[in-house]
Design a protein around this ligand. Structure first.
Ligand SMILES: [Zn+2]
Ligand SMILES: [Zn+2]
Length: 244
């Protein structure tokens, strides 16, 4: 099996753009897959030496701007190069995403353009393939009726945005990394996963958890020390992690 690596482009929560919108680049088999593409993702990718025209595949977890706001820029840059990225998108997200993107992308110089002029759209039910690799997605609960998804591969899970998931009742066989959205602050009307609930999980699960989509409070001395002493990890932007 060839190596697969993940590098976070940004790790910030929706209102912490200073760490970049939460997004990660998977690299494997001479190709790549961008997980989410927020409004700060394109400029941060360039800082990493990766141009928009080097992205082959994109997967989107849900419709919030910190996860999709960079798609227009990536679409235009690739369009001008005569290039189309594979956009893997859940069937129930696609109508919203198409409407959102076409509000600007439909205006061509000489004709009205469609989403297929910019992306190869690949609708997902439960799973999708890139070469010989199969990725799976599963619905999460995030906000109201908005469809939101997490992504699974042999060794890792990328939660996207989600409320608390009881990992103790899940089969985590083979899973070594759970890249988990983490809300440090307490909130009564919770649409994210509170840090306290992650800390309440058993040690063998905590050790797999890599906090992402966080606010600056995660780096408060006492908070960071607690996360580390409980065996959990904090993902930092631009540091590659070998997944297999
Ligand atoms: Zn978010
Ligand atoms: Zn969200």
């Amino acid at each position: 099996m060839e190596k697969m690596m993940i590098t976070f482009i940004g790790t910030g929560g929706a209102f912490t753009p200073e760490y970049g919108n939460n997004s990660a680049l998977l690299q494997f088999d001479n190709t790549n897959l961008l997980l989410d593409c927020g409004y700060s993702t394109p400029v941060r990718l360039r800082k990493m030496g990766i141009k928009e025209t080097m992205i082959d595949n994109i997967w989107i977890s849900h419709m919030h701007a910190d996860h999709i706001g960079g798609l227009e820029e990536i679409a235009f840059k690739n369009f001008f190069q005569g290039r189309r990225i594979n956009l893997f998108i859940s069937r129930d997200i696609f109508p919203d995403l198409e409407q959102y993107l076409l509000a600007t992308l439909k205006y061509g110089v000489t004709r009205q353009l469609a989403i297929a002029d910019y992306f190869n759209i690949i609708m997902i039910n439960k799973e999708f393939r890139i070469g010989r690799r199969t990725f799976k997605q599963e619905k999460t609960e995030h906000i109201g009726t908005m469809p939101a998804y997490m992504l699974f591969y042999n060794t890792f899970i990328f939660t996207g945005d989600t409320r608390f998931i009881d990992w103790t009742v899940r089969d985590l066989c083979g899973i070594r990394f759970i890249f988990h959205e983490t809300r440090v602050e307490k909130n009564d009307n919770e649409v994210h996963t509170n840090l306290e609930s992650l800390l309440s999980l058993p040690k063998e699960i905590r050790e797999k958890i890599y906090c992402m989509h966080y606010s600056e409070n995660i780096y408060l001395k006492t908070t960071a020390a607690r996360i580390n002493s409980q065996g959990m990890h904090i993902v930092e932007p631009y540091k590659a992690i070998v997944l297999e």
